[in-house]
Design a protein around this ligand. Sequence first.
Ligand code: 3HC
Length: 526
Amino acid sequence: MASTESGIPVEPVYGPGDLTEWDPQVQLGVPGDFPYTRGIYPNMYTGRPWTMRQYAGFGTATESNARYRQLIAGGGTGLSVAFDLPTQMGHDSDAPLAHGEVGKVGVAVDSLDDMRTLFDGIPLDRVSTSMTINAPAALLLLLYQLVAEEQGITGAQLTGTIQNDVLKEYIARGTYIFPPGPSLRLTADTFRYCRAEIPRWNTISISGYHMAEAGASPAQEVAFTLADGIAYVRTALAAGMAVDEFAPRLSFFFVARTTLLEEVAKFRAARRIWARVMREEFGARDPKSMMLRFHTQTAGVQLTAQQPELNLVRVAVQALAAVLGGTQSLHTNSFDEAIALPTEKSARLALRTQQVLAHETDVTHTVDPFAGSYAVERMTDELEAAALGLMRRVEERGGAVAAIEAGFQKAEIERNAYRIARETDSGERVVVGVNRFALEREEPYEPLRVDPAIEERQCAALARLRAERDGAAVTAALAALREAAAGTANVLYPMKEALRARATVGEVCGALREVWGTYEPTGSTC
Ligand code: 3HC
């Protein structure tokens, strides 16, 4: 018998007998109402389509700015910034550790000067921007706010999201800086700062995507992501915030795989679990606190370097799963992403894929069209049960942070990744163009390459900045930041002053490293 990616058996036929314990009033409800199985808005895409938000950024701020303008001109409805690894790790482009990585997987941002260039000519009061940045998320948000202020735009007008999800960095992605304790303190400071200063900002994007890319099954992806979500809620509550003060601005981020039916079930199950956790465990009263709002990216790990045009087909199916699952925002991968950074043409094709789904198909005409499907409702229930079971195992280990420290989630994900690799190697799992229907000779493909001179240009700009700025003001601002970090005051206020004085990302993170130390991963004890 076939089984789902989560290892749940799939029946050849489903019927009424599969839903005997299923009560549409309890499990389903109506769209826009608890438990939000059918979606968070009553009218969903009939009222407003999802945000088409293509993750992009490479080289210097100038090149990335040009790509953002192209995406907006081409009909993209939100921005999504990719930062290079040095920025993600809180190092300047001229740091020894940055060498060879500047501008490679995203844009290099060292200071307010780069951020100003990155958003030049982009009206920040009219576009919502997501920034994939975690350990230094607060810094990049403040730089964004400073640029907006220069454009005459207030914090109240800004909309967007910072990823800011350090817990999954320890589990799957790896761009952590500080140990969990100070990282979570910074998260709580950011929640509080945003509530006061940038109230429409989504303060975190609690991410299962990277766990899935590392090999997590759909059930693991949901369970470990929501368990991280619970850890953030507990952190904010412990810092003295009331649940309805911060929970409406928590957001999530999941993958969409080619296994369309299970993915639709996954999104529906995740919404239901979160709504119940927030209402029943944390006593949320504001419906917005119970709504699981999420971004989706199509599964990069399922793309192949062989016959790369096949990826266009995979991405269309994956994107359809996200839309049928009720996503709020979507990134469709470019077909050449398994090979290199997307070219301008492939990035456009990826966006066009979303536009075909939104404007040529009928899936946006009615809300949650799978509701009542014997197969999908049964899968939704089963996925919910599987995820809840895993969430209990996290709780038994003392919650997400303790489980991370014991290496639990990582070990579980690695076990599943090994299973997938074994099935692929044996041919039991078909990957078209790779282990079946392969070509004898692949056609050559010329990918986009990042100019190695970018690093030199970025370092020269940093040298100029350090020579021009008021060094004494920077030193004083960094000292004030260190003092706040050592005490209990919200660090974002002195951080903003340091960045305004043109302290660099590396200097600000360096000051925090001095006070908070850095994280050293431990091996699994599971
Ligand atoms: N009825 C009423 N209102 C509606 C509506 C409807 N049908 N549809 C939308 N709206 C409203 C919303 O309420 C919202 O208003 P608000 O700001 O006042 O709350 C507004 O319209 C915008 O709609 P959404 O919130 O639905 O959509 P957004 O796009 O603004 O936000 C999000 C979506 C998921 C909440 C947000 O967090 C987001 O955009 N996330 C993106 C994350 C992202 O792009 N990440 C990239 C990761 S790449 C990565 O990690 C790199 C690598 O390692 C893979």
